[in-house]
Design a binder for this molecule. Structure first.
Ligand SMILES: Cc1cc2nc3c(=O)[nH]c(=O)nc-3n(C[C@H](O)[C@H](O)[C@H](O)COP(=O)(O)OP(=O)(O)OC[C@H]3O[C@@H](n4cnc5c(N)ncnc54)[C@H](O)[C@@H]3O)c2cc1C
Length: 371
């Protein structure tokens, strides 16, 4: 079949691989002019590890494994460690943490030659017919496909064009999150720790892995109305939110915000939809079932969803009318589980008041010398 995938994140690249090796002619369009590998490291968990094994990518993923979460220390405004997360939160044997960029390149390098990856391109119209889908693009000529798959993230264009506006599906969890490259911090301290500093309703932290450092910023807020494609608008929101804080390394982090041309900034939200397919169009990954960064399972859901969809198309000889509901039935329990794990996470990471910060700190484990 001739299949269009919108978005070259983990969901889109996994679809390219899973469908391409089954002999389908896949075109992936990515709006950015490069693979967007920036951001914090990501987790491959549970059944996604088995999926990676089936894809033949597990050895490369293991080779690129990093361990970051276990070294998170909460610090006070002077940078003195207050405590660390209890052992049962964070890294676990069924959790492989990997630099987002490494996973992108492992997936991209594994794409069969028949997969056509087009950067700086996006869908701007979709018209479904009995035997095909006609797609218009931001540039170039329209084309027809047998299937269109939306893997274009939480603010999916395919979802908006086919299923309706984002406000119908988004469930905001009350936080915003940003990650910012902070190269100056990469070797700043001998200890490889990841300090996190809270003040009411805010978190600022630094994560170190490999030879990189990223700053993480989170704050509590209702949904904010801004153009999510406008990087300067995102930066302004961060400046406004953190402007009054002169403590710890927050001023230096704001300098890093100014210097990073491609920060990641988004609401901590979930996407809940009654169905992920309509006619010849289906959604995979955050586009259909974002679980939010609090779940730490978005990458795994994207990889599992891509493989289930490809397998079900195989099993039904390419009959999407049979395959899409089967994909959805297999995927639903994973999504419901992942989306259900976020309870209490926001208050733990970004306590809303000084009292809540003190209460949270009481459950931290002491940091031993040398840890
Ligand atoms: C740059 C970036 C940084 C991230 N950093 C973090 C992080 O630090 N912490 C975290 O928890 N999660 C982060 N995420 C989200 C995380 O990647 C996803 O939750 C998870 O990996 C599922 O991936 P996905 O492929 O479904 O969606 P995404 O990773 O969002 O990928 C969607 C892709 O589609 C592209 N796209 C969007 N709209 C269009 C369009 N109209 N046409 C064509 N392409 C389009 C995007 O540029 C992106 O490459 C980040 C996502 C991105 C894009």
């Amino acid at each position: 079949m001739k299949i269009l995938v919108s978005g070259a994140g983990v969901a889109g690249l996994s679809l390219g691989y899973d469908l391409g090796i089954r002999g389908h002619h896949v075109t992936i369009v990515e709006r950015a002019d490069h693979l967007r590998g920036n951001g914090s490291p990501i987790d491959i968990r549970g059944d996604a590890i088995e999926i990676a094994e089936k894809m033949g990518l597990l050895p490369a993923i293991h080779d690129a494994r990093i361990r970051m979460t276990e070294q998170v220390h909460f610090v006070d405004e002077n940078g003195t460690a207050i405590g660390r997360l209890p052992d049962d939160i964070g890294d676990s044997p069924d959790d492989i943490e990997i630099d987002r960029e490494d996973l992108y390149w492992i997936l991209a390098n594994a794409l069969p030659e028949t997969v056509d990856l087009r950067l700086s391109q996006s869908v701007n119209s979709i018209a479904e017919h009995d035997d095909r889908v006609d797609v218009g693009f931001a540039s170039g000529d329209p084309e027809s496909y047998d299937l269109v798959l939306g893997a274009d993230g939480m603010h999916s264009t395919v979802r908006r064009l086919v299923f309706g506006p984002e406000r119908n599906w988004i469930r905001h969890l009350g936080l915003y999150v940003a990650s910012i490259d902070m190269p100056g911090e990469a070797d700043a301290e001998a200890e490889r720790i990841n300090p996190m500093f809270n003040y009411p309703g805010h978190l600022a932290g630094i994560g170190r892995f490999k030879d990189k450092a990223i700053a993480v910023m989170m704050f509590a807020s209702d949904l904010i109305d801004y153009d999510y494609r406008d990087v300067e608008a995102k930066k302004k929101i961060l400046f406004d939110q953190f402007a009054e804080c002169r403590s710890w390394k927050v001023p230096a982090i704001l300098d890093a915000v100014r210097d990073d041309p491609d920060i990641y900034f988004d609401s901590v939200s979930q996407i809940h939809m009654p169905t992920w397919h309509r006619g010849r169009v289906a959604l995979v990954g955050d586009a259909g079932y974002c679980a939010s960064p609090l779940a730490g399972r978005g990458t795994s859901l994207a990889m599992i969803g891509a493989q289930f969809l490809a397998e079900e198309l195989d099993r039904s000889d390419g009959d999407h009318v049979t395959a899409f509901p089967r994909y959805e039935a297999r995927m639903r329990p994973y999504v419901e589980f992942a989306q259900g794990t976020v309870e209490g996470g926001a208050a733990l990471i970004v306590p809303p008041t000084q009292e809540a910060i003190i209460e949270r700190n009481q459950m931290l484990q002491p940091v031993e010398a040398g840890q």
